[in-house]
Design a protein around this ligand. Sequence first.
Ligand code: MN
Length: 203
Amino acid sequence: MAFKLIDLPYDDTALEPAVSANTLSFHYGKHHQAYIDKMNAAIDGTDHADKSMEEVVAAARGSNQGLFNNAAQSWNHAFYWHSMSGETGTPSDELTSMINDAFGSVDELKQQLKDRGAGHFASGWVWLAEKGGKLSIEETHDGDTLADSDFNPLLTIDVWEHAYYLDHQNKRPDYLDAVVEKKLNWSFASENLARGTTWTYPS
Ligand code: MN
């Protein structure tokens, strides 16, 4: 069964000025769609065709790099769209408590997310994740993902150039500041923590 590109969970101007409708038209409409299309082409007629997206990612890891890249990027981008919102909400009491334990404060977590994103070499992803009741910031390179890891990812930020170049040119720190301070979806992070298992791509 072919995977469909998820609907964006907001209007295409909801993330401005951090992420413009113009960026979404390419990043969501072209890049994400292409990852989905290439994954679907690669699994069509194979024994991956009836798997969940998370199962495809796990099965392809280490054995089929082309399929892995497209499946992981399909998952990562869907998770990233949900990780942002025009209405950011606030961390739940449980999440706030764990943020305070791990980072000292929500403001310190935000600073560390920005610093890790700015310092990440070349393309990849920065994550807020939970494992064993503890929060940490994780980085994955290129298309790699936490979807099939033993972390429960709570939020992610895309630091590939295509995520920010149209709006912020080479100034990745400006993009990170705009997203982290104004557009992170704390309601989504709180839901992911409360569920206790990794978010799944809608089938
Ligand atoms: Mn991207």
